[in-house]
Design a protein around this ligand. Structure first.
Ligand SMILES: [Zn+2]
Length: 104
């Protein structure tokens, strides 16, 4: 048995020295990488995955945008349509202002 209390490498539970395996996920105290992976899998523990960076998103979006126009990603469609909507609103207010400046 371990000489001291230990923290599980799979689920991070603190276990007392009397236990050879984790009391939560059964991962051994001195687990190999494969045993940690197996314990995580059986306990349903999913490691966080890094998402793409902003510049990667922009690059992917741009690549989609200049490529097949009817096959844009949802993100790019969202940005494109919001920008279009914002542009329409701005043109509308510019026309209203011009109308006012012309003395109406
Ligand atoms: Zn554990």
């Amino acid at each position: 048995m371990p000489a001291y209390s230990w923290r599980c490498l799979a689920c991070e539970l603190a276990n007392d020295a009397v236990h050879e395996t984790c009391q939560k996920c059964a991962c051994p105290a001195n687990a190999t990488y494969a045993q940690i992976a197996a314990a995580k899998k059986s306990a349903g523990i999913v490691d966080p995955v890094d998402g793409p960076t902003l510049s990667e998103l922009v690059a992917a979006g741009w690549k989609n945008f200049v490529g097949k126009s009817d096959d844009r990603s949802i993100l790019v469609n969202l940005i494109y349509e919001n920008a279009l909507g914002a542009a329409v609103v701005m043109v509308f207010f510019a026309l209203v202002k011009a109308w006012e400046l012309l003395g109406h």
